[in-house]
Each structure stands twice: as structure tokens, then as C-alpha cells.
Design a protein around this ligand. Structure first.
Ligand SMILES: [Zn+2]
Length: 418
């Protein structure tokens, strides 16, 4: 049976009193980073305490609820490099997005490797990640920035997040998950902000040798993309599974209390000397432990509750994000601008450029200057970014094309010169 932790006010205060963060961390730079930020940013501790109170209340009321089918988080990856090796390829970046989508939907190939005693607490976050398709100015983007730096190695001090300090500024944190990939020193694989952090430092930072799977020069111990899975867990308010303290509390009710971080690849059961840990021992295959990439494969249901709370309470922008999945009218202006006719003027044939909005029907109505509809041309299930119309049976003159495409409706003036 899994030990159920009770979340007491006393432990809560101890946790947020900050003393447990005094320990030196390694592997993940988030714990010392959090402690430092709380001392640097005056309002941060109060803000996080308030978020924690709301989180615990939300989890109590919504435990185990299935909130949605899937939620899509637009990602921008900022590659900050000094050497060519650090300037990781688009393919390496894409491989990390694949890992995230597997791990956050429990479709990871190693998902069945957890001991069966832990199966009852398996959690499925139902979160997907996609490269941002629009930059902050509304222009098309691959969701990747590349910045050359003269910094040999960054650490968990946020310098990589600022143009002026050798890195690159965050894209708006209420529209994107910012991921910086760089050379991280001090043994860190990554570090992350928590909900409540200032927007200009919100996001995760990952060492370039731990980002992605199967592509690029990866650290053989951390070559399955799990550093990013772990750090995004922090970004959605998960704490290390040992609670950053001996037999500490991670504020998740279903994860066993465990003594400390696990490294390498322990053998089940890995029993540690905490009340309630035996007989099944640590949940060392949890993404929020420190085990090798090949040995971690799950979140717990309680962790998913906590992530869901963060998405509802502090990252609710994700449900209305415009930068990734094209499903909102507010994004239509930018999309509409994509629809152009060329050449214009033309002697009879026009090509039409379309936004990346595949699989939709498009109707082009042609009107004359008097507003009389002359043609209705229907294209079914457009599958590329181009279409063509011919007006070779009309006289020279000025016409209007009304284009209906998905949610888009635009009117363009066409000049026909025979
Ligand atoms: Zn961590």
C-alpha cells in the first residue's frame, strides 16, 4: 500500500520557511535557484505561499478529475551557443518535443516498466507541446531562436535569459513556455522557475547535452530527454519527490515519502528509512527523482493533480494560447494577412497563398464592382499552402474576391488586365 502523506500546516510552513533549501543541490539546479530567487525578489515568497494555499485547496476539490482531453503548450526553444556543438540541430530540438509529448501523455515506450505495485497511482497529464508557430510580433516562426554568446558556461543565475548578459530575452511568458538550451556548468542538467516567478525569468533551462533523444552529442546517462520532462514538472509546480529534505514532503498525497534523491538506476524495492516507505520503497522511477533517464518513466496521479492546479490557477493562458494551435478568432488577423493573390494585376490566372491551416474547405466568391456575384469556386480539403483560380472568361477590370477559409474571411481586390 502506498503511504498517504497528510499535508499539515506545520510542514507547509517549514517548507516555505526556506530552511530546507539551504542544502547544496546538484543535478537539477532548481532548489538552490528557488532559494536564491526568494531572497532576491521581495514579493516572491508571499506570492508562492498564496499559490500553494490555492493549489492545495484546488487539489482537494478536484483530485483525479479529468479536466479535458489534451492541452497544448506552445514552446519556444532558445539555443544559446558558443561552440558549434552547442548550436544543436532542429532535429535534436524536435526529438525533445517528441519525448515531452510521450512523457506527458504516458505514451513513453518505457511506460510499462514501473513495478506493478505503483500502477494504481500512475498519472496521465494529458499535456502536449508544440513548437510555437507565431513569434511575439505575429510572424511565422519555427519556434527556435539561435544566439551566439561569449559565455563559456552558464549556471542557474538567469544570465542566459537576458540579451544583455550573453543570453536572449524571454518571449512573453503568458504566451509561450520558454526553454533555453545552453552549456550549463556546475554539474547542472537544468533548472526551472515555478508558478509565481517574474515573467522575464519564467521558463526552463537545459544543458545542451541533455536535451533530446537519439540526435546530437548527448550525455549517455541523460540521453532520453528526461531532464526537460523533469524541469517542466517544476514549471508546473512539482517539487522533487523527496521534498528537498530528508523524508520531506512533496505536497503530493500518493507519492511515497522517501529519504533523499536517488541516482543511477536502483533496484525495486528501494526501501529507505522513512516512516511508511516500506515495503515498496521509493518511487525512484518518477520523473521528479534524479535517476538516470532510462530508469524514469512516470508521474503519479497526485502529481498530475498538482500540475493541473498550476494550469488552472497560474498558467490559465495556455488554454487560450494563440501561438501554437490555431483555434482562436484573435489569431485570425495574422492568418488573414497570409491570404494573397499573385500576380495582381494578372491576365487571367491567380495563385492564392494560404496560411498553414490544412484540411479546410475554401470558397472563393468573385464579385464585380457593382457587388454582383459572378463566380463561386469551392476547394475541398486544402492540403497545401497554395490554390489557383482562373478568371479568363471575364472582361478586364476590377473585381473582388471574398475568401472563406476555415474561420477566416477576407476580401481582396483583383485587377484583371488582358
Ligand atoms: Zn529538479
Amino acid at each position: 500500500m502506498i503511504y498517504k502523506k497528510s499535508i499539515s500546516a506545520l510542514l507547509y510552513l517549514a517548507f516555505f520557511g526556506g530552511s530546507v533549501f539551504a542544502q547544496v543541490d546538484d543535478h537539477c539546479g532548481t532548489t538552490s535557484y528557488l532559494a536564491r530567487k526568494k531572497s532576491e525578489v521581495p514579493s516572491l515568497e508571499n506570492r508562492m505561499n498564496s499559490i500553494e494555499t490555492q493549489t492545495q485547496q484546488w487539489v482537494q476539490e478536484h483530485h483525479g478529475e479529468k479536466l479535458r482531453s489534451f492541452l497544448y503548450i506552445p514552446v519556444v526553444v532558445h539555443v544559446v551557443y558558443k561552440t558549434a556543438a552547442q548550436n544543436i540541430s532542429d532535429a535534436q530540438i524536435a526529438s525533445e518535443i517528441t519525448v515531452l509529448n510521450e512523457d506527458y501523455s504516458f505514451n513513453n515506450p518505457d511506460r510499462g516498466w514501473s513495478p506493478s505495485v505503483f500502477w494504481p497511482i500512475l498519472g496521465v497529464p494529458q499535456i502536449q507541446f508544440c513548437m510555437a508557430e507565431r513569434d511575439p510580433n505575429g510572424n511565422w516562426t519555427a519556434g527556435i531562436t539561435r544566439t551566439q554568446t561569449n559565455v563559456d558556461a552558464f549556471t542557474n543565475d538567469d544570465k542566459v535569459k537576458f540579451d544583455s548578459l550573453g543570453g536572449i530575452n524571454a518571449w512573453p511568458a503568458d504566451k509561450y513556455l520558454n526553454i533555453w538550451v545552453c552549456n550549463l556548468g556546475n554539474g547542472y542538467l537544468g533548472y526551472s522557475s515555478f508558478p509565481g516567478f517574474p515573467a522575464n525569468i519564467d521558463g526552463v533551462v537545459i544543458k545542451y547535452t541533455c536535451f533530446g533523444r537519439g540526435v546530437g552529442a548527448l550525455d549517455p546517462t541523460y540521453n532520453k530527454g528526461r531532464s526537460c520532462t523533469h524541469e517542466i514538472g517544476h514549471w508546473m509546480n512539482l517539487i522533487h519527490i523527496w521534498g528537498d529534505s530528508n523524508c520531506g514532503n512533496d505536497y503530493v498525497s500518493d507519492t511515497p515519502i522517501q529519504l533523499q534523491a536517488n541516482y543511477g538506476c536502483p533496484t525495486f524495492p528501494h526501501v529507505t528509512n522513512c516512516s511508511g516507505n516500506a515495503p515498496n520503497g521509493d518511487l525512484f522511477m518518477d520523473f521528479m527523482d534524479y535517476t538516470d533517464d532510462r530508469c524514469m518513466n512516470m508521474f503519479s496521479a497526485g502529481q498530475v493533480d498538482r500540475m493541473n492546479a498550476s494550469l488552472v490557477l497560474t498558467r490559465s493562458w495556455i488554454s487560450t494560447s494563440l501561438s501554437c494551435v490555431i483555434n482562436s478568432t484573435a489569431n485570425l488577423e495574422a492568418l488573414s494577412n497570409e491570404i494573397q493573390f499573385y500576380p495582381n494585376p494578372s491576365s487571367c490566372d491567380y495563385s492564392i497563398t494560404l496560411p498553414n491551416y490544412d484540411g479546410k474547405d475554401m470558397i472563393v466568391d468573385i464579385y464585380n464592382l457593382e457587388g454582383k456575384k459572378l463566380r463561386e469556386i469551392k476547394f475541398s480539403g486544402i492540403k497545401n499552402q497554395k490554390a489557383q483560380i482562373s478568371l479568363n472568361d471575364l472582361e478586364s477590370g476590377i473585381y473582388f474576391a471574398k475568401v472563406s477559409f476555415g474561420d477566416i474571411l477576407v476580401i481582396r481586390k483583383l485587377i484583371l488586365q488582358k
